[in-house]
Each structure stands twice: as structure tokens, then as C-alpha cells.
Design a protein around this ligand. Structure first.
Ligand SMILES: Nc1nc2c(ncn2[C@@H]2O[C@H](COP(=O)(O)OP(=O)(O)OP(=O)(O)O)[C@@H](O)[C@H]2O)c(=O)[nH]1
Ligand SMILES: [Mg+2]
Length: 429
């Protein structure tokens, strides 16, 4: 995090609500994360305020007295924008805006802003813009256009300014926004179709996908396993696009490894929905590697969040191996004991240690090996052209030339077995 403020940075005040003193650790962690998000978005965090109250105030989220207090702090500390750790209703934003007289942003708005500034590929841009518009639609009121006059700052640039749909959105009404949403949804369908076509070519490959909380080290593991040069940063949401590379496997079929966007608690719902096509690699995976930052005090909560997001995406029944990363940075040995007890199938690694990455690679290969099937075939000499197909599909572990043809036993991945069965059904021995 930046300790000193640069001239261009906006000054942000963070606000959180804690419903119960039992939850104060969790709220404080969530606030720390909000501070990282604000920093990632380019703001300078001046201070934070946590209010203890059982349930949110429908008009202000916090109490109206607290809102007045915050207004004072904003004047004293020259705050430009107030960021809430929870999602605010459009009415709450409006009321807070009036009483605090500063730009109001909630966690979803902030996350969307970061995604917008990081989206590079066409697909990521479409997805982020779509999520932004859906988020913005119910908030298209007077105060929204008030916010947008200050385009360029954190949160304002997202939906309306340079990073998003464009300045002309200032004047547009809901009808236009809806039209744009439709247009983007169609564009996304095309992208998905193209993806499905591209996938057909690799259907018989074993697909492994890295998932996990943001900053867990997915891209670092990905690079170590594939020798690729994907962007690694000690920042949130370094990766927005799924990247897929081949991991060569000696003497057998190569596997495809995919890196994906990181998850975070309270990930905006619209964003999850929009990012479905980026997360296709997750749906089609044969195996998920759940990368966890083992050195993070909240690793268990992170794992739960990842589980919840996968649920929300509708990903079920895909086998998953927990990968406890950043082993080198774990100070307390008890952490490993707990991980081993709760996740006996997990592996503790450091992505920075080549020997550990070799161990992880072997663990994946073992898993693949266990899920391979053996298929017996007798291919007549007149159909010898199919021999090459069989050899390409997997490992031939037995071959004998018999009077009526070549007898083969081949070890293949389940997907390849299906394909071979369809093609060579009449030769199955
Ligand atoms: N000490 C230590 N640091 C690591 C390890 N693996 C990754 N890191 C660091 O953790 C930070 C995040 O790494 P990334 O690989 O970008 O994380 P990510 O999960 O891809 O993050 P997003 O793309 O933002 O979701 C970087 O600063 C890495 O250098 C590790 O095993 N040990
Ligand atoms: Mg990454």
C-alpha cells in the first residue's frame, strides 16, 4: 500500500458496519481488504470508520448521526470520496450523497472500477461494461449524473468515464442503457460461440484449471508449470482473462492448464454473471487446482468464498485438489497441521520453489493416471489407417499382430475413450 499520497490521488475514507462484536475480526479483515482494493483503484486511504449496529439503516446504511459525523471528518481531512464496505441501495447512495456531500462508492462499485481499468482483451471489456451497466441501471438517478461530472476519479470513471461506456452516457436514459446491455449480451454470445468452436479441437485433452482467491499465486503457479510469462503482481485482480497453455507430459498426452480471474468476498453478482464466459475454463475442467495463500491469516475464509463463487457459477462435481501456496511465508507450523487435517488430499507448495512445482506436477499426473481407462481394440489390417488415431489418443500398452488384425490395449483419458469408442466401436475387443 502507498504510504504517501501522490498529487493526483484522491483521498478516500472507508466505512464499515459491524453487526456483532463477535464479528469484529472479520469486519476488520474485510476493511483491510477494502483498503487494498481502494489502493489498487488508485485512491489514497485517509482513515476508516467502523460503526457497530445490528442492522443497516434503510435510509443511510449507517445511522444518520454517524453520517453527520462522517461529513465532519470529510471536511477536516479533505476527503474526496467515501467508500462503503457493503453494497448500498440506490436510495442509500442518494441520501448519503446529500448528507455527506462527497462521492459515495460501495464495494461493488469499487471492484467494478478496478476490473474496468484492468480489462485489456475485447472479451474482458465487454464483460466488465456489461456488469457496470447492470449495476448502474437502478442507480440512474439525479445523483448519478452529479457523480459523473467528475469523471476520471475512482468509481466515477468506471461506469461513465473514460474506462467505460463513454462520456456520452451522461445524457443517456435508461432506455439507451438497456439497449447497450442487449447489444453487449449478444456480443458476448458470439465470443462464447467462438470459444466453443475453439474448444472442440482440444476435447480429448485433459484440462486442469487454476482457481482461487485473488493474489493467492495462481499466475505464479501457472507460469512455473508452463514456463509462460503471465503477469504476476502483488495487487488484487492482476489477471482478468483466462489463459491456457500446454503442459508437456513425457511419453503421453499433454495436458491443458488454464489460469483464471481471482475471486474475492462480496464479489458483485453482476460481475460473476458477466464473467461466465471467461470462466468457461472452469466449467470444462477435468480437474480444478484450488490455489490458496497459506500465509494469509484468513485462508479458511478465502477457501469458503471460492467455494461460494463456484456454487454461484453452477460448478459442481468437478474434482478439486487444494494447493496451499506460499508455504515459504508461513510462520506458524500449526497452520500446516490444520490444513493437513482438514484437507488430507491437499499439497503444500511454494510457487517460488522449483522442486515444489515438480511435486505438484507429479501430483496432477498421478491423478490423471488414475482416471485413465484401458481400452482393448482389434483393428483389421484393411483398416490400418486408424492405428495412428489410436496412438495419438493415448498410451498403447500392448500390441500383438494377430491373424484378423492388430490387437491393442490403449490407456486413454475418459474423454478420449468416448471419442475412440464412437469412432472405432466396431473394433472394440
Ligand atoms: N512468498 C511467496 N510469494 C508468492 C508465492 N506465489 C506467489 N507469490 C506472490 O504473490 C503475489 C500474487 O501472485 P499472483 O500469481 O499474481 O496471484 P494471482 O492468484 O494470480 O492473483 P490475481 O490474478 O490477482 O487473482 C505476487 O506478489 C507473487 O510474487 C509463493 O509461493 N511464495
Ligand atoms: Mg493472476
Amino acid at each position: 500500500m502507498h504510504d504517501t499520497q501522490s498529487k493526483t490521488q484522491e483521498r478516500a475514507l472507508l466505512v464499515g458496519v459491524c453487526p456483532d462484536t463477535d464479528l469484529s475480526d472479520e469486519v476488520e479483515e474485510s476493511m483491510r481488504e477494502l483498503a487494498r482494493l481502494a489502493d489498487t483503484a488508485g485512491a489514497y486511504v485517509v482513515d476508516q470508520v467502523i460503526q457497530y449496529r445490528h442492522s443497516p439503516n434503510p435510509a443511510y446504511y449507517i445511522g444518520s448521526g454517524k453520517a453527520a459525523e462522517i461529513a465532519e471528518i470529510c471536511k477536516e481531512q479533505e476527503v474526496d470520496l467515501v467508500i462503503f464496505d457493503n453494497d448500498l441501495s440506490p436510495a442509500q447512495v442518494k441520501n448519503l450523497d446529500r448528507s455527506i456531500e462527497r462521492r459515495i462508492l460501495d464495494r461493488s462499485g469499487l471492484i467494478l472500477d478496478i476490473f474496468a481499468s484492468r480489462a485489456r482483451s475485447k472479451q474482458a471489456r465487454i464483460q466488465v461494461e456489461l456488469a457496470q451497466l447492470k449495476y448502474m441501471l437502478p442507480r440512474l438517478t439525479r445523483q448519478w449524473s452529479h457523480l459523473s461530472r467528475q469523471a476520471g476519479g475512482v468509481g466515477s470513471g468506471g461506469a461513465i468515464g473514460v474506462r467505460g461506456p463513454g462520456e456520452t452516457q451522461l445524457e443517456v436514459d435508461r432506455r439507451l442503457v438497456r439497449g447497450r446491455i442487449e447489444q453487449l449480451s449478444r456480443a458476448l454470445e458470439h465470443v462464447e460461440e467462438a470459444y466453443q468452436n475453439q474448444r472442440k479441437g482440444r476435447i480429448d485433452k485433459f484440462c486442469v484449471t487454476l482457481v482461487g482467491y485473488t493474489n493467492a499465486g495462481k499466475s505464479t503457479v501457472f507460469n512455473a508449470l508452463t514456463q509462460a510469462g503471465t503477469l504476476i503482481e502483488d495487487r488484487l485482480f492482476a489477471t482478468l482473462d483466462a489463459t491456457t497453455r500446454i503442459v508437456p507430459v513425457s511419453g503421453g498426452q499433454d495436458i491443458l492448464l488454464s489460469d483464471t480471474v481471482g475471486f474475492i468476498r462480496k464479489l458483485p453478482h453482476h460481475l460473476v454473471a458477466s464473467f461466465k464466459s471467461t470462466l468457461m475454463e472452469v466449467f470444462h475442467a477435468d480437474l480444478l487446482l484450488h490455489v490458496v495463500d497459506a500465509s494469509h491469516p484468513q485462508w479458511e475464509a478465502h477457501m469458503e468464498t471460492v467455494g461460494r463463487v463456484l456454487d454461484e457459477l453452477g460448478v459442481h462435481d468437478i474434482p478439486m485438489i487444494p494447493v496451499f501456496n506460499k508455504r515459504d511465508a508461513v510462520e506458524d507450523f500449526a497452520v500446516f497441521q490444520r490444513m493437513q487435517r482438514l484437507y488430507p488430499d491437499g499439497v503444500a507448495v511454494s510457487a517460488l520453489d522449483p522442486a515444489d512445482m515438480e511435486r505438484l506436477r507429479n501430483k496432477v499426473f498421478e491423478y490423471i493416471d488414475r482416471s485413465r481407462l484401458e481400452l482393448g481394440l482389434v483393428i483389421p489390417y484393411t483398416e490400418a489407417r486408424y492405428l495412428a488415431t489410436v496412438y495419438e489418443s493415448g498410451d498403447v500398452i500392448f500390441r500383438a499382430d494377430e491373424p484378423n488384425g492388430v490387437r491393442l490395449v490403449v490407456r486413454v483419458m475418459p474423454a478420449a475413450a468416448g471419442k475412440l469408442n464412437r469412432l472405432l466401436d466396431r473394433f472394440v475387443a
